[in-house]
Write a protein that binds this ligand. Structure first.
Ligand code: SF4
Ligand code: SF4
Length: 173
């Protein structure tokens, strides 16, 4: 009796599962033919970081190390330096700036703690998710890779609920 009821129960479960699978066959497919078609990302998606600049093109980062201190993966490496030139000629908004700003994407877990810790809104997550490389060493991104003025937006994604303005942050100032 026990075996028969087990067989009936399992057969019923299999049929139920097959019916669920079959019910999806006629429905609209959500497979995206990436990279032929762009992927739609949600506005709060956390991709490769952007280091921001002010309206004069000066780097907002003041090398305070708060992001590095907040990072649970210990993947941010900063070297601070002083730029004694007049304010308008400086690299950054402050005399102190990050001469080196590296993020190791082999360690980053895209938690966003660095963004939350930054008192200058100098770092945010961008949308770039195309970070695959053949060598682990290439996962180390430098300031030149991260500065918003140096990054080019990939045509392989678009952001949901956003108009074309979202791309403007990637345009060279
Ligand atoms: S997103 Fe998280 S793990 Fe990545 S650099 Fe920022 S704090 Fe570190
Ligand atoms: S990105 Fe922000 S938190 Fe990190 S060192 Fe620069 S100013 Fe400080």
């Amino acid at each position: 009796m026990g075996i028969i009821s087990d067989v009936i129960e399992n057969t019923r479960a299999i049929i139920k599962g097959m019916m669920t699978t079959a019910s999806y066959i006629p429905k609209e497919k959500w497979t995206v033919q990436y990279p032929d078609d762009p992927v739609t990302l949600q506005p709060r998606f956390r991709g490769q970081h952007l280091l921001h600049v002010d309206e004069l093109g000066r780097e907002k980062c003041v090398a305070c190390y708060l992001c590095a201190a907040a990072c649970p993966s210990d993947c941010i490496y900063i070297v601070a330096a002083d730029d004694p030139r007049p304010p308008k000629e400086r690299t950054g908004v402050d005399e102190r700036f990050a001469q080196v700003y590296n993020i190791d994407y082999g360690r980053c877990i895209f938690c966003g703690f660095c963004v939350e810790a930054c008192p200058k809104d100098a770092i945010t997550h961008g949308y770039n998710f195309e970070l695959s490389v053949y060598s682990r060493a290439d996962l180390l991104k430098t300031k030149d890779d991260l500065l918003i003025t140096k990054q080019k937006q990939s045509p392989n994604y678009r952001v949901a609920f956003a108009d074309e303005e979202v791309d403007s942050e990637y345009k060279v100032l």
